[in-house]
Design a protein around this ligand. Sequence first.
Ligand code: 5GP
Ligand code: MN
Length: 334
Amino acid sequence: MKKEDIEIVKNLLANPKKIAIIPHRSPDGDAMGSTLALYHFLKKINHQPIVISPNDFPGFLAWLPGSESVLVYENEKESVTKVLQSAELVFTLDFNALHRTGEMEQVLQKLKVPFVMIDHHQKPDNYALVTYSDTSIGSTCQMIYEFISSLGKKDLLDKTIATCLYTGIMTDSGSFRYPSTTSTTHRIVADLIDLGVNNSEIHNLVFDDNSFNRLQLLGRALQNMKVFPEYKTAYTTLSQNELDEFHYKKGDTEGFVNYGLTIKGINFAAIFIENRDENSIKISFRSQGEFDVNQFSRENFNGGGHINAAGGKSTLSMEETTKKFENLLTKISI
Ligand code: 5GP
Ligand code: MN
């Protein structure tokens, strides 16, 4: 974080404030972990923080300390809008473009108070007074650790804050196996464990939360998979009917896209998931190595993210969307 930005943030936090902390829509472990870690930290230094999620967070994160205090905009739009309007400072974490909050964007755009962005995605928009963006860091949670250190408040870290941070570092690093996992990541994680984090239990809480339905839905996704060895690509689909058949719940498809990449010789994987309510297809892209899925998604599917993990959207039918995707494969080098 830049020196002058640290000074600006120190000034912003010099007196107690009402602070809204916002993760992206459909928050993952890193979004929830980072917002809740910052929530506990700001409370400790006498502010009145509140985490406001654009929509519901998945059940496998509902054990996170403080998650019971999270407000969900899409569940109570009017009252949450009032809370947002009363904030004196806004932190946006784990995203860098306001449209990632969905409908909540309209409310955020009208706020006149300072914004602080802490994020590790490519190409940050310019909406914040302070933009702490670092695409080389594997998780926003790791950035929150650095942020608290930069403020000279590392001594305030405790088991609760550490538990939230550990969760996001673990989920965004694929349990410490993606290339963005550095020796610094491991040193930070070591610190968090010294603060009392129960690393093994957190892994179980997040990943051993399968329902039988979810496993069967995974089975269907694996059966639907198409593999194109000549393009080093595999993709799969789930229609809304298939989601319904296995009583899809939020978060159930988390991680499905990664299975394609585990096939020998495959460096690019995608999953297309139909959303009947929104009349669209939600897409996840993952790559291994050089192929930049952030750019691919930005150029072709209205999305973005990181070089090796990105998301996007299509308003075409499933058939047209996958046809478009297959056509694009002939034009790129993976
Ligand atoms: P996922 O595939 O897990 O939804 O997302 C992969 C990465 O891309 C995440 O870091 C996520 O924040 C980002 N991402 C997902 N969907 C979108 C999107 O529609 N637009 C942008 N800019 N980023 C996205
Ligand atoms: Mn993240």
